[in-house]
Design a binder for this molecule. Structure first.
Ligand code: NDP
Length: 327
């Protein structure tokens, strides 16, 4: 077939989302999922999809066009990114902001050597939000960018709450402060710290017999995570946690307020409202997999970021069809 043949490396939230996203793309075919765990221990709700040990990936060198790397940014991707770029075109969602230049270089070296194309740090932030910040700034040089995140589950902050003594289960939502959003939308370009833009809302299940006031105090005073924020702590039951808080919603806004001429206020806004962060992020990865495949066919090898990939490469339509759709 002339479908683009896709492999998935790592089967967590993003890996599962990628299986779903590929199903919505008739020009793509999922060949296999590769995992570090025992393949038999993993169940995939797709009858025709193979789950294989990661060590078998090399055997698929000529059968997979693009590997979508769904590992975590902290420890998986720094190894898997350059490793897989030696054999495959790759896409990943590396999001450790401070280390992106270093990561880019290590993947770029590997991809140039193998003649492959790797698009790194794809998703919504980094990703779609980055593109929108860049566009807004290029168009309105006299202005200010603002990014608000949420309402959404922050995995890192949820983990931090779970580590507090006496906590059995917890979820943390990052919530944009409505007043701050409205101020930015009005175009006054206020000075706002991250803490002035976001509220942290925790839902916590306490261990039996633990003092809730003590748990709350331990959370709201936690340095780096909560101490500098307005933090709300709600105690709920284990059933409520499962019933109402097991999805991973997210989203946010990128807003730029700028001025042209001398007086005219111009506001650019891009927003996302996501019921499932991993399914959405995976959908972005899959669109960029199409781009990696095409860029490689054109001989554009090495690492790229979303900044360097023109929109025409993302669409399943041809450039000619897209020109007809331009208006
Ligand atoms: P997960 O923790 O769900 O999965 C990460 C890896 O852990 C998997 O690839 C899998 O590897 C392993 N794993 C998953 N479940 C289990 C388990 N039950 N037991 C043991 N190992 C497991 O992470 P997510 O999929 O939620 O997120 C991955 C990354 O995506 C994040 O680190 C973040 O960097 C990025 N991200 C980026 C976004 C963006 O906008 N740019 C948005 C959202 C996420 P294996 O199968 O090999 O064991």
């Amino acid at each position: 077939s002339n479908q683009i043949k896709i492999g998935i490396v790592g089967y967590g939230n993003l890996g599962r989302g990628t299986v779903e996203a590929i199903k919505q793309c008739p020009d793509m075919e999922l060949v296999a999922i590769f995992t570090r765990r025992t393949p038999d221990s993993i169940s995939v709700n797709e009858p025709n999809v193979k789950v294989l040990h990661i060590s078998k990936a090399v055997d698929y060198k000529d059968e997979i066009d693009v590997m979508i790397l769904c590992g975590g940014s902290a420890t998986d991707l720094p190894e898997q990114g350059p490793d897989f770029a030696q054999l495959f075109n790759t896409i990943d969602s590396y999001d450790t902001h401070a280390k992106i230049p270093e990561y880019f270089n290590s993947v770029d070296r590997a991809a140039k050597e193998s003649g492959k194309t790797s698009i790194i740090s794809v998703g919504w932030d980094p990703g779609l939000f980055s593109i929108n910040r860049l566009m807004a700034e290029a168009i309105l040089p006299n202005g200010e960018n603002y990014t608000f995140w949420g309402k959404g589950v922050s995995q890192g902050h949820s983990d931090a709450v779970r580590r507090v003594e006496g906590v059995r289960g917890a979820v943390q939502y990052t919530v944009p402060i409505e007043d701050a959003v409205e101020k930015v939308r009005s175009g006054v370009n206020p000075e706002l710290s991250t803490a002035e833009k976001h509220l942290r809302v925790c839902y916590v299940v306490a261990e039996d017999g633990y003092d809730q006031a003590k748990i709350e105090q331990d959370i709201v005073t936690m340095p780096n995570y909560f101490a500098d924020y307005k933090t709300e702590v709600n105690f709920i039951t284990e059933e409520e946690l499962k019933e109402n808080h097991s999805q991973l919603p997210h989203g946010g806004f990128v807003i730029r307020g700028g001025k042209t001429g001398s007086e005219n206020k111009q506001i650019i806004e891009f927003s996302l409202n996501l019921e499932s962060n991993p399914e959405f992020t995976a959908s972005v990865l899959v669109a960029y997999a199409r781009a990696a495949y095409r860029l490689n066919k054109e001989g554009q090898v090495g690492a790229k970021t979303v900044y360097e990939v023109a929109p025409v490469y993302l669409s399943p339509k041809s450039a000619e069809e897209l020109r007809r759709d331009l208006l």
